[in-house]
Design a protein. Sequence first.
Length: 209
Amino acid sequence: INHIRVDQMQKSSDGTVKNAVRLHDGLVVESVLIPTETRTTACVSSQVGCSLDCNFCATARLKRMRNLNPDEIYDQVAAIDNESRLYHDRPLSNIVFMGMGEPLMNYNNVIKAIEKITSPEGLGMSPKRITVSTSGIPKMIKKLADDGVKFKLAASLHSALDEVESKIMPFSETFPRKELRESLEYWYSKTKSRVTYEYVVWKGINDSK
């Protein structure tokens, strides 16, 4: 088990904590503690860098070096749980896989990490408090549904139009919006769990009805 360590920490006036997490091989990923009045959320990474090319994302400028192992993902969460207790006097309440990397391109390790996080021997957290965010990989979304996962799903969808989306997220040309929609409908038919849509608004691109 390769333990991580928080190499650098930045704290904001609103209580947000950003960690630069150094891995056993010297590579670095980021994780964030996001507090509100009622809960604290961990935003964790699943890869070192990313192979996708979303043009609004800083991680896309980094070469994908490797996938994180399940223990490295788990340790990010454990570190943020400790910070939540230390700085906000309450345990971590939620987790979002919205840090560096595309979680569904590290499928097996992300699933194993979530199994550890939700296990009574781990952090004992309810899967309903965990959200996995994807840029939209239809085949893997269907696999999530077939595997009967209990956590929540979020999809990064900045436009419903293929020609607009492909300018924002060029890789999406490989995964047309029609295929993504079908995979999300399949997810809902199997899990009955709603999908959260995430988007950034750009003037003149996707800011009109």
